[in-house]
Design a binder for this molecule. Structure first.
Ligand SMILES: [Zn+2]
Length: 537
């Protein structure tokens, strides 16, 4: 083994051992199987919420969301009563690639969510999800975009979820797997790197969309029941080629940001808050629902366009697809105590109405009432309600929603800012079928294999914040002491640990950055993308 350590880190968004283990047993993921047999693997706890932007940011910074400030896909400002989509300039802690760059290492970062605008590194950054489509010069260095489009055609960040399931599957395979691998392979070859990190979104996209077909009683099980496995197989083939290209001595780290599981129903959290006297809408709007006037009819017509045969349609029209700030404008702030914003089940307390004296009482009241919510069959649907200070620590905890609601299996909180549009349809119910059939679960994956790691070993209890310090240590770098994660020493072999004791360096976590909101146009593009994917309805 040479002294120079090299790490190839491959992310499979939403990958879960629940899918991987049976496929490995069936011999369908030979490259993942080899990594597990010759390395170390374990289920890895995600962040709360187990949401893509929050989780990947904790993975790359080694800190909890209270220190990095990315709690959701959106940030709600109570002061301005405005929502904006998150972007990398809001991340308050340096990511791994910046730390490594400062220490003279060469890095390559590709398709990692929330990396736009890109950090200036000793290497390159191609931003992933939450990059506004069509953004100019969105890569670092700027010339890279033209170089790649000259060679491979326009660089696509994500495939569109349109057309038939078969067409969607084809485009996941061609764009989110093959195209991505082609670019990765070109960059791995062309540039020198000590740390190359590439995320594939294909596993997540396939699981959200195709989970229902896993059920043998689904009428189209025969047709699409193998779709998720097919996507994993193609990803495994790509992984095999990338491992071969990285070379014998490279350490391979495989991770996911969260797991995945079945999703049956959406829970309308804002509707529940309204029914229970916490959320009030402006008079004129609620009138529209009560009266039988023309307004109501017009609204009913509008709603009909979004709701088809009891299912949430994916069709959107210009009238509501753009304005993510419509919901805050409908809230009666003089009466509202609590409301939900974002896509991660967050509840904000209206501090204008709830003073410090009654804050905790309000939190506890909402929490205990939510834990009792049941569906029509009497099944409890809320697994946990976390107060932000119980799960986060750090300077930015106050930017988080006051409460984070986690649903039991099979349920998901629907994008709250749109709940009004479905109101007619769920007048008698807090639930609706969701257009997705797969949701995020708390456990992701961690696999590591290399000259310094143990072999054929399962480890327990690793957390997403442990990845960054572990990667640093594998590269023989010191760990900034602000990191919340630990070096997963049990994943390393004895001779490496003897030669390389864990070393810390003093550092402050706050990254001074120019916090920039995206332009309205960029916000709209991200909103469209999230809607297309199913995050927003
Ligand atoms: Zn994800």
């Amino acid at each position: 083994m040479t002294d120079r350590q090299k790490i190839l880190m491959v992310g499979w968004d939403g990958a879960t051992f629940d899918i991987i283990e049976p496929l490995v047993a069936a011999g369908r993921l030979p490259n993942v199987a080899r990594l597990m047999n010759n390395g170390v693997w374990g289920r890895m706890e995600s962040t709360i919420p187990a949401l893509t932007p929050t989780a990947w940011t904790s993975m790359s910074t080694g800190v909890n969301p209270g220190k990095h400030g990315i709690f959701d896909a959106m940030l709600f400002s109570m002061e301005k009563r405005k929502i904006s989509f998150i972007n990398a300039s809001m991340r308050k802690t340096k990511p791994l690639w910046s730390l490594l760059s400062e220490r003279g290492k060469k890095v390559g970062v590709m398709n990692v969510p929330v990396t736009y605008p890109p950090d200036e590194v000793n290497g390159f950054v191609i931003p992933g999800m939450f990059t506004p489509e069509g953004a100019d010069n969105f890569m670092y260095p700027r010339e890279l975009k033209d170089e790649l489009s000259g060679k491979f055609g326009p660089y696509s960040i994500e495939c569109k979820q349109s057309g038939s399931p078969a067409a969607y599957l084809r485009s996941i395979l061609s764009i989110d797997v093959s195209f991505r691998e082609k670019i990765a392979s070109y960059l791995m070859d062309k540039y020198e790197w000590d740390f190359f990190f590439c995320v594939f979104m294909s596993s997540d996209r396939a699981q959200h969309f195709f989970w229902k077909y896993l059920d043998p009683s689904h009428p189209e099980h025969k047709k699409y029941g193998d779709a998720i496995a097919t996507v994993y197989e193609k990803m495994d083939e790509s992984l095999g080629r990338m491992i071969a290209q990285a070379g014998e001595d490279a350490t391979i780290v495989m991770v996911s940001d969260h797991g995945s599981g079945p999703l049956n129903k959406a829970f309308f959290l804002n509707y529940w808050l309204q029914k229970n006297g916490y959320l009030f809408l402006n008079q004129d709007f609620s009138h529209a629902f009560k009266s039988t006037s023309g307004i109501r009819n017009r609204l009913a017509r509008v709603m009909k366009r979004f709701v088809g045969q009891g299912k949430v349609g994916s069709g959107v029209t210009d009238s509501h697809k753009d304005d993510i700030n419509r919901f805050p404008s409908l809230i009666d702030w003089k009466r509202t105590i609590a409301f939900s914003e974002g896509v991660g089940g967050g509840i904000f307390i209206n501090t204008q109405m709830v003073g410090p004296d009654s804050y905790h009482e309000t939190i506890e009241k909402i929490r205990s009432a939510l834990l009792e919510v049941r569906d029509d069959s009497g099944k409890k649907i809320v697994k946990a309600v976390h107060w932000r200070n119980e799960i986060y620590s750090g300077d930015y905890t106050q930017l988080a929603p006051d409460l984070i609601v986690v649903c039991e299996g099979g349920y998901q909180i629907i994008a709250p800012n749109e709940f009004l549009f479905f109101k007619k349809d769920f007048e008698n119910s807090l639930f609706l079928s969701h257009r997705w059939s797969g949701r995020h679960e708390h456990d992701g994956i961690f696999i590591v294999k290399g000259p310094s790691t143990a072999r054929n070993k399962e480890i327990q209890g690793c957390r997403i914040v442990d990845v960054a310090p572990t990667v640093l240590h594998l590269l023989d770098e010191t760990i900034p002491e602000y990191m919340d994660g630990i070096v997963l020493e049990e994943s390393m072999n004895e001779s490496f640990l003897l030669k390389h004791p864990v070393r810390f360096s003093s550092a402050v976590h706050t990254q001074e950055s120019q916090v920039a909101s995206l332009s309205e146009d960029e916000d709209r593009k991200i909103s469209e993308k999230l809607r297309d994917l199913g995050y927003l309805e």
